[in-house]
Design a protein around this ligand. Structure first.
Ligand SMILES: [Cu+2]
Length: 150
């Protein structure tokens, strides 16, 4: 009888304490592209994520100007595990806490590790950097995007 009770306790506890931040990450990359004076954009400009999964979103700037990747609505719908910086494949830093926006310089990248916790369609992904030639904000030149959490 004592063993049966122990067994029941053991089995009812199984699966009740999964640390979602410790699962293998799903890797995705978003490129920050464009040319000063011409255009600026995200590629892809639509990102889809699923709740409960751990993502490693690589934000890579392959353009000639710095860019923001920021969406307040998206930031409120995820749990950020960390922002990770690497230099020549070596880890340089990890930043933890609530993040709303990141800024990446030309030819650099960072990793945003997060778990979506709330579903929604967010249309506020944009870059607020001003183009040096046109004096327009990058979002006005096309640097906008949509994030969907299913
Ligand atoms: Cu930009």
């Amino acid at each position: 009888m004592k063993y049966l009770v122990i067994l029941i306790i053991f089995f009812t506890n199984l699966g009740s304490s999964i640390d979602l931040t410790r699962q293998a990450p799903i890797e995705k990359t978003v490129f920050l592209k464009g040319k000063i004076g011409l255009n600026h954009f995200y590629e892809p400009n639509e990102l889809i994520f699923y709740t409960g999964k751990l993502y490693k979103l690589i934000i890579k700037n392959v353009s000639d100007s710095k860019h923001y990747f920021g969406s307040d609505l998206f930031a409120k719908s995820i749990f950020t595990r960390k922002i990770q910086l690497t230099k020549n494949t070596n880890k340089v830093a990890e930043i933890k806490g609530i993040i709303n926006e990141v800024e990446v310089w030309p030819d650099e990248a960072l990793e945003w590790w997060f778990i979506p916790i709330k579903t929604g369609i967010f249309l506020d992904l944009k870059c607020n950097v001003k183009d040096k030639e046109t004096q327009l904000i990058h979002s006005e030149m096309g640097m906008k995007g949509k994030i969907i959490i299913k």
